[in-house]
Design a protein around this ligand. Structure first.
Ligand code: NI
Length: 139
């Protein structure tokens, strides 16, 4: 079983009311779980803002494969990030549109750089980056 620490927190009533409302809105029944989730989220944001550390992330990419040279450009970019790309999958969404799900592990700086490089091309319709922790951090 995981080790846990109990601690008491003093908080002003108005903030507590807002927090109770937040818990209700998000469907939290357990205060400790809600606080742990908020701390975890904030720590990830902190790493993100300072651009330090390694993370796992997914990038969802949607593009029109019939735009001339686009597929080649996107493939070339992905080959430059061999070390970071763990996995990728291609789905044919419609006659023109393709979706790729790319899973990456690496330095935040590298992953944001990769995402930016995918974005600036005619025919790219969506580039969505979702960062998460690495397994090592175990938070
Ligand atoms: Ni396709």
């Amino acid at each position: 079983m995981e080790k846990i620490t109990r601690f008491s927190v003093s908080i002003d009533n108005r903030l507590m009311e807002k927090f109770s409302q937040f818990m209700k809105d998000k469907g939290y029944k357990n205060r400790s779980k809600a606080i742990s989730d908020l701390i975890r989220k904030r720590l990830l944001e902190e790493e993100w803002e300072t651009k330090k550390g390694k993370i796992f992330a997914t990038v969802t990419l949607v593009y029109d494969h019939e735009v001339p040279n686009l597929l080649e450009k996107l493939t070339r970019i992905q080959h430059h990030y061999l070390k970071e790309i763990v996995f990728s999958s291609h789905l044919h969404l419609s006659e023109h549109n393709c979706m790729e799900i790319i899973v990456l592990k690496g330095q935040i700086k590298k992953i944001t750089e990769f995402t930016k490089q995918l974005s600036n091309h005619k025919g790219v319709k969506l580039v969505k980056l979702v960062p998460t922790f690495t397994g090592d951090q175990d938070l």
